[in-house]
Design a protein around this ligand. Structure first.
Ligand code: CP
Length: 317
């Protein structure tokens, strides 16, 4: 695993939450909290990234992550370029590194990358100029660190603590980078109990998610928990159909209002989105009073502002 920090200990790249010290995660959450405003209020604008250029390179589809990285950079005063990879010279065969070198020649300082292949982020991070940073916006099924941070922030806002909490991560855990980054963040932050709840075909391989109890029954898995983190079924990462039809999946693993009653009465319901309504989650639960799904989206902008500000501030004058 590559070193993400500069020799002076400040964050340079954000590729994973695995191994990130608790103090560094807490510092990012504290920084993010100052950027959170209630929906309806004007968002925070600063000039802390004035003169900095941020490039978004997404080779997989995205709504929330791409938009929130763009908004985050603009609200901090940066110049932003969004490379439409499908319309770029990548389709003529230009390599990722030649694309990066071209953008570096245009004075790009921060590369925000989403890619379906593992290792691309680390490859780029090991080739960029010393002043440049690489931020993962999602790496295959492996990591989605800013999602892990925004999920942690959302839990902290709702519960005001991490210690003693019981969290159930439910659904297609096998293919989920969201689950992996949440697990790294929440374990480091001191969550007492993280449960993995999934059909056998969507369980992660043995050896992953060490310390988590595994459940094949949703009813049992969410009983008494404080947080239910639902996941999207990721058909695009399945080589063969690993789940039965949608109706049967919902019957066994869909979060309905009746099932939600098995969790603690004040349990919160999370989902990284995009959601398959009626497959992994019922609409009345997704839009109901225990849902914090919109808070997750709002917090996504704040967390990405915090990460961008931290990596630029750490460069020094
Ligand atoms: N949660 C998330 O990563 O959403 P997008 O794929 O829309 O960015």
């Amino acid at each position: 695993m590559m070193e993400q920090n500069r020799p002076n200990g400040t964050l340079r790249h954000l590729l994973t939450l695995e191994g990130m010290p608790k103090t560094q995660i807490e510092a990012l959450l504290t920084r993010a909290r100052k950027f959170v405003r209630p929906i309806g209020e004007a968002p925070v604008h600063t000039h802390s990234l004035a003169g900095i250029t941020v490039a978004n390179l997404f080779t997989e589809p995205s709504t929330r992550t791409r938009v929130s990285f763009e908004l985050a950079a603009k609200r901090l005063g940066a110049d932003v370029v969004n490379l439409e990879v499908q319309l770029s010279s990548r389709v003529k065969g230009e390599s990722m590194l030649d694309t990066i070198y071209t953008l570096e020649a245009c004075h790009v300082d921060v590369f925000v990358i989403r890619d379906a292949e593992t290792g691309v982020h680390e490859l780029v991070a090991s080739h960029v100029k010393p002043h440049a940073s690489v931020l993962s916006a999602g790496e295959a099924h492996v990591a989605h660190p800013t999602q892990g941070l925004l999920d942690a922030l959302t839990i902290l806002q709702a519960k005001d603590r991490f210690d003693g909490l019981k969290v159930a991560i439910v659904g297609d855990v096998r293919h989920s980078r969201v689950a992996r980054s949440a697990w790294h963040a929440l374990t480091t932050l001191g969550v007492a109990e993280i449960r993995i709840v999934a059909p056998r075909a969507l369980m992660p391989p043995a050896g992953e998610f060490a310390g988590c109890e595994r459940f094949n029954s949703l009813d049992t898995g969410i009983t008494g928990v404080d947080v239910i983190m639902m996941l999207r079924i990721q058909k695009e990462r399945m080589e063969t159909a690993a789940i039965p039809d949608a109706d049967r999946y919902f019957q066994k693993f869909g979060l309905s209002a009746e099932r939600l009653a098995k969790a603690k009465p004040d349990a919160i319901v999370m989902h990284p989105q995009p959601m398959n309504r009626g497959i992994e989650i019922a609409s009345d639960v997704a839009d109901g009073p225990q849902s914090v799904i919109k808070d997750q989206v709002r917090n996504g902008v704040a967390v990405r502002m915090a990460v961008l500000e931290a990596v630029i501030e750490g460069r020094g004058p």
